[in-house]
Design a protein around this ligand. Structure first.
Ligand SMILES: [Zn+2]
Length: 115
C-alpha cells in the first residue's frame, strides 16, 4: 500500500509547516490528487489515520480535492477529459491517440490550516 508512504511524506511537510508557524494544532489538511495519480483515496484516508497518530496533525480533518484528468490533443489543439484511467487517450475530436496529460497526476499539499 504505497498510500502510507505518500501520507508519511505529506505529514512530514505538514509538521515542518507547523513548527515554522509555531502551530499547536493542525485543523485541516487539504491534498490535491489527480484522478490519474494512482492513489486509492480510501487507502489514503486509512493511512492518514494511522500515520497522523501522535503527531501535531492527529485529529485533524483530511480533505481531498480531486483533479480531473485533462489530455491535450496537438492535432485539434485542445484539451479533453481523460476519463477511465490509463495513459493513452483517444481524442473525441479526431480519434487520434494522445498521451500528453496536462492535469490529473497531481499529488500535492494544497493547504494546511493550523491554530
Ligand atoms: Zn484531436
Amino acid at each position: 500500500m504505497h498510500e502510507v508512504g505518500i501520507m508519511e511524506s505529506a505529514l512530514a511537510a505538514v509538521q515542518r509547516h507547523a513548527v515554522e508557524n509555531r502551530a499547536e494544532r493542525v485543523e485541516r489538511i487539504v491534498l490535491r490528487i489527480g484522478t490519474l495519480a494512482g492513489v486509492e483515496l480510501e487507502a489514503l484516508r486509512f493511512a492518514f489515520d494511522i500515520v497522523s497518530r501522535g503527531t501535531v496533525a492527529e485529529g485533524s480533518t483530511l480533505e481531498i480535492e480531486s483533479v480531473p484528468a485533462a489530455v491535450y490533443c496537438p492535432a485539434c489543439r485542445r484539451e479533453f477529459a481523460g476519463e477511465n484511467g490509463g495513459f493513452i487517450f483517444t481524442c473525441p475530436g479526431c480519434g487520434d491517440l494522445c498521451g500528453e496529460i496536462r492535469r490529473g497526476r497531481e499529488l500535492e499539499l494544497s493547504r494546511i490550516e493550523m491554530s
